[in-house]
Design a binder for this molecule. Structure first.
Ligand SMILES: Cc1cc2nc3c(=O)[nH]c(=O)nc-3n(C[C@H](O)[C@H](O)[C@H](O)COP(=O)(O)O)c2cc1C
Length: 326
């Protein structure tokens, strides 16, 4: 499918999630389905401006993951420009600007979600990115800060901006990641006024919720975040439903989850092969295996004790011993 100037295999996109959608995680999701686009979660432009080398670890081997986008967060156009220049030496496909992060840190720094109430700076940041980046630009927004934005104003801002496509998480910044219900009405009205493709995001946890989102809003593509944590088959499930009409619900049991964890380990090893990660290869492998094993165990009957044990694990061997006994 086409998303602006991008040619993607399909319309399913893995959402950027800080400390979740790492390189092994993205590779793991793509093992089950060739997810159309994945993203490196937010990188801080101020930090990169001060120390470009600090983000090298976040961009290791990204050329192997194309199509991939790199997301930036910041409020200073100069820092954004410097970062874009620095990123030019990397091979990636989309530069994504974060205008939705609700964290206290982001709001205090007047970046991320704060931009939903500062259209002046939002416009300036977009202009800077469009002017300096050789890559297509996307923007990830919310439906407003503490009240829905003016749809006509947002549509004008986007249509005049020169960006490639827009991503919208259908909640306001003040609703964080999961509070309240989705505002699909704003998404729908915005879509009607946009001259560029719109990607819909928020609470897509099944084929049914994906269909409802698309039918209601007519968005061009879907971005999935939290459901992928523990259910890497979600992209496949959406594809099956929309192409074959089949609603597959994977029968999750402990043996399947152990198999998934094995695949996760393979993906971590694949990523670490031939590199010396600045945080230590063993440490990365331990962190990745531990948290993903815990996420993958969700919804498994009687897994509370296992998750508790995994949470206390202090080494890779310890994780393996716990899993060998279940
Ligand atoms: C742990 C976590 C980290 C996140 N980090 C980012 C991020 O770096 N950049 C971003 O644009 N959104 C981030 N998000 C928001 C997700 O991209 C997504 O918009 C949100 O989770 C809603 O989609 P979902 O309902 O499918 O999870 C994060 C969400 C979570 C739960």
């Amino acid at each position: 499918m086409r998303l602006g100037s991008l040619d993607l295999d399909n319309r399913y996109i893995l959402a950027p999630m800080l400390n979740v959608t790492t390189a092994p995680y993205r590779r793991f999701c793509r093992k089950f389905y060739n997810v159309g686009l994945v993203s490196v979660p937010m990188l801080y432009t101020k930090r990169i401006e001060k120390s470009p080398i600090s983000i090298e670890k976040d961009l290791i081997k990204i050329e192997e993951e194309r199509p991939i986008s790199v997301q930036l967060i910041g409020s200073d156009p100069e820092a954004l420009k410097t970062t874009i220049d620095y990123l030019e030496s990397y091979k990636y496909d989309v530069l994504d600007l974060n205008a939705g992060c609700p964290s206290k840190r982001a709001i205090k720094a007047k970046e991320g979600g704060y931009l939903m109430k500062d259209f002046k700076n939002l416009r300036q940041l977009i202009q800077t990115a469009v002017k300096h980046s050789t890559k297509p630009i996307s923007l990830k927004i919310r439906t407003g800060y503490d009240k829905p934005f003016d749809i006509e104003e947002m549509a004008r801002l986007i249509n005049d901006s020169g960006i490639n496509f827009l991503i919208i998480h259908a909640r306001m910044v003040k609703s964080n990641f999961s509070e309240g219900t989705l505002d699909l009405e704003t998404v729908k009205k915005l879509k009607e006024r946009l001259a560029i493709p719109l990607v819909g995001n928020g609470d897509i946890v099944s084929a049914k919720s994906a269909k409802y989102f698309i039918d209601y809003t007519q968005v061009d593509a879907l971005m999935i975040g939290r459901e992928s944590m523990g259910n890497p088959q979600i992209f496949n499930q959406l594809h099956e439903y929309f192409t074959q009409g089949n609603e597959i619900t994977s029968k999750r049991n402990i043996d399947l989850i152990k198999e998934y964890i094995k695949i996760y380990e393979e993906k971590v090893d694949e990523f670490l092969r031939g590199i010396s990660h600045p945080l230590g290869n063993d440490e990365i492998k331990f962190i990745e295996l531990k948290r993903n094993a815990i996420w993958l165990m969700r919804d498994i009957e009687n897994s509370k004790i296992i998750r508790h044990q995994l949470n206390k694990a202090k080494s890779i061997q310890h994780i393996k011993t716990i899993l060998a006994h279940v």
